[in-house]
Design a protein around this ligand. Structure first.
Ligand SMILES: *Cc1c(COP(=O)(O)O)cnc(C)c1O
Length: 398
């Protein structure tokens, strides 16, 4: 037999299957550890557990074996020493920001962010005396230029970013020394890109999305060095945004199929974005796999797969956007992303309808903007559905 040390390391798709199995007790499927508490034999054991960082059998807010399996599986894929799971992506976002920053500290982040991350940075951080600078994440050198030595404790990037799939150069984030650097990599998933390999300190996911992947688990996760994750743990147990063991179990189950799901979604999203770009009823299509993406070269450098999300503008403004989503038969209208069902949202007529046109524009949302999360349906059925809905939208507005 060949020397095992000479064999190449397993591919990420394989590690998505093999990871997080340390405590399986012979079971192949992930275990549900519903117990919130674990008994000890002696008072000395109890005292040791109460004082230890990240015990997995003490009290479930501190740690839980099923949650641990999920953490280990994602950490393994991200090439991280450790991970901490949260009850949601926002639990992870607030856990990082408030776990790291204190009054008087400064954060550099970007304009292009998940809107509720922006709300934490601009709405919550000032209440705690934390200063925030937002830069254009697509502008070369913008993050580094905004860092205030000695003051900036956190650099927070999101790539590919909401809502228009703007990219941040991961090498630039990784090169920033001093502050903790954190990348929200939700759109890419651990199989799409590897922020830690580019030098970032932390990578964060809303695992509610592609990782769990079936719209049945609310989860967040942060991966990094053991030292940083232990530090975040100290805040996390007080924050109390620990995940449900049931959701963590579904997180592992979802991760097992992420390889095939993300590959299929990326292929379908590529084909649909090309078809949309060729349509006379569509004004602007953004997908990292399109040659027209303004950062196409960067996409090729740092994305192994371009992901499930396509953003485009239906010609004809708000009325056309609304007519388009109303006419869709296969794609469903819902929020979230990364699941098996293709879903669309039209922010101008739903989540963002109270905003003025210039406010929408500042967020990268036009009156006809549609964000689509491509699911696992057959590409031809989706292409037909988009085409008939675009025709319907064009009829309404002509
Ligand atoms: C959804 C999302 C979040 C928040 O995650 P929840 O699980 O909904 O709390 C954060 N960042 C990005 C990029 C997201 O898409």
């Amino acid at each position: 037999m060949a020397d095992p040390s000479q064999r190449p390391p397993p591919h990420p798709e394989t590690r998505a299957i093999t990871g997080g199995r340390e405590d399986q007790q012979g079971a192949l499927a992930p275990l549900l550890w519903s117990s919130t508490t674990f008994e000890t034999e002696t008072a000395a054991d109890a005292a040791r557990l109460a004082q230890s960082v990240d015990p997995d059998r003490f009290y479930s807010r501190h740690g839980n074996p099923g949650v641990r399996a999920f953490e280990q599986a994602v950490a393994d894929l991200e090439g991280a020493e450790a991970a901490r799971a949260y009850a949601s992506g926002m639990g992870a976002v607030t856990g990082v920001i408030l776990g790291i920053c204190s009054a008087g500290d400064h954060i550099v982040a970007q304009h292009q962010l998940y809107s509720q991350t922006t709300s934490v940075l601009l709405g919550i951080c000032p209440r705690f005396g934390i200063d925030v600078t937002l830069v254009d994440g697509t502008e070369p050198g913008a993050f580094a230029a905004a860092v205030r030595p000695g003051k900036t404790t956190l650099v927070f990037a999101e790539t590919p970013a909401n809502p228009r799939l703007d990219l941040v150069d991961l090498d630039e984030i990784g090169a920033i020394k001093g502050p903790v650097t954190c990348v929200d990599s939700t759109f890419a998933t651990p199989l799409g890109q590897q922020p830690l390999a580019h030098g970032a300190d932390l990578v964060l996911h809303s695992a509610t999305k592609g990782i769990a992947g079936h719209n049945d688990a609310s989860l967040g996760i942060v991966c990094g060095s053991q030292e940083l994750i232990d530090w975040l743990w100290g805040f996390a147990i007080l924050q109390g945004a620990n995940p449900s063991p049931f959701d963590a179990m579904n997180g592992v189950r979802g991760l097992r199929t992420l390889g095939v799901r993300l590959r299929r979604q990326s292929e379908t999203a590529q084909a649909l974005s090309e078809a949309l770009e060729a349509s006379a009823h569509v004004e602007d299509v953004r997908y990292p796999g399109l040659e027209s993406h303004p950062q196409r070269d960067l996409a090729k450098r740092q994305l192994a797969l371009n992901g499930a999300i396509v953003t485009f503008d239906v010609a004809g403004g708000r009325a056309a956007g609304q007519a388009f989503v109303d006419a869709l038969e296969l794609a469903r209208m819902a929020t979230s992303l990364g699941g098996p069902e293709t879903i669309v949202c039209h922010p101008a007529s739903t989540t963002h309808q109270s905003l003025l046109a210039d406010e929408l524009e500042a967020m990268g949302i036009g009156p006809g903007t549609i964000r689509m999360s491509v699911g696992l349906e057959h590409v031809d059925d989706l292409a037909d559905d988009l085409a008939q809905a675009l025709e319907a939208a064009a009829r309404t507005t002509s």
